[in-house]
Ligand binder design. Sequence first.
Ligand SMILES: Nc1ncnc2c1ncn2[C@@H]1O[C@H](COP(=O)(O)OP(=O)(O)OP(=O)(O)O)[C@@H](O)[C@H]1O
Ligand SMILES: [Mg+2]
Length: 406
Amino acid sequence: MLLRRDREAQADAVVSFMTADGAAALKPQLDAAFGGDGWVTADIRSAIGAVHDVAAEGGRFLVIGVRDEAEGELGAARELIAEAKLSGLKVILLAESLSPAAMHGLMRAGADDFAPLPLPPSALAESVARLRSGGLQPFGGSSSRNGMVFPVYGAAGGVGATTFCVNLAWETALEVAKSGKQVALLDFNFQYGTVATFLDLPRREAIYELLSDTSTMDEEGFSQALADYSGRMAVLTAPMDVLPLDIIGPEDVKTMLDLARASYDFIFVDMPQTLTHWSDLVLTESERFFAIMQTDMRSAQNMLRFLRAVKAEDLPIEKIAVVLNRAPRFTDLSGKSRARRLEQSLGVEFVVRLPDGGRQVASACDQGAPLAKAARGNALRKEIRRVARGLVRSVEAARAETAGAR
Ligand SMILES: Nc1ncnc2c1ncn2[C@@H]1O[C@H](COP(=O)(O)OP(=O)(O)OP(=O)(O)O)[C@@H](O)[C@H]1O
Ligand SMILES: [Mg+2]
């Protein structure tokens, strides 16, 4: 719905709230920032048309207001922000009592500036002036690498989450070796993490320090807690002792991900199978969240529950890529139809199908080496390499697009 106040005037801004009174309450500030005829309002859920119209007319701004009660509309708000960025608009986010994770998600969707609601008197006009003069750094700052987070979550024990995560990280590291991009692999399975075993790395004492107090940790301290693997990948191994999963809270996880993003371009996270009070945060912070399963009933049922929980909590389900491990071969017709039925009952498509790599896979793990080192020609390795290449390409494309849109 586009409530055009004056059909003749060219609007400079789309103002989008969940309800019309949100924008009406800010009329004086909006008039001051854009002029009385310079803005139009549109409902967040249906503002994409307005964004396109205003951008086509040479307009420059989207002002989007998101409130805590409208938490259910966060997805729509993120989509609108991303669309506005693609259309070349600057986005000013007005937020009222949003959780840090929700806020961060909206900023990462592309918001250029932010002001709190209730709005301080001249905040909007100042923000508009700043953005007009192009003086603001994109979120994340220019010094930071602004890395992307790719968690891997196994729907049931032993479905191959760590195998996929470790090899995906390593294949990515090989892929980006020449471009100077940095890869980190974080084992967030603080109880029984096996990444260290897969890569034959010693478990470090520094992890305890990191986990016991993330608040004082800086980028350098964080990188020092990570072990170097073959000079190409930094690895946070799980601690030596079994620690309770709630030894860290959402704020610590957020701090660790922020530190990781500042120093690394690709961050892979091996997630515990148990859902914790920070699992949703990792999903929200991720670029793409791999959820892996096999065709057995146990992992299928868990996956169904997991996807339901994500939907019920209104978390960004679109980030989840469901991976089928030990996928049936091309010639296995009954296996293939079983996989198809699984897709139907889960309401998803398997984005990745990993073949069974046979004994070589477990033996690579026993040797403490990624498949690329221990079994180069293995079918599983080739498929994971393909996924890594796709990932690197899509990240490069997304980066080029945002650079172009600025
Ligand atoms: N596609 C595959 N082909 C052959 N072997 C595989 C494959 N995927 C996993 N495996 C083997 O299955 C075993 C379990 O894999 P992995 O440890 O990666 O699972 P996980 O989901 O991380 O388990 P956990 O619940 O213990 O964390 C390992 O021995 C691994 O080598
Ligand atoms: Mg594992």
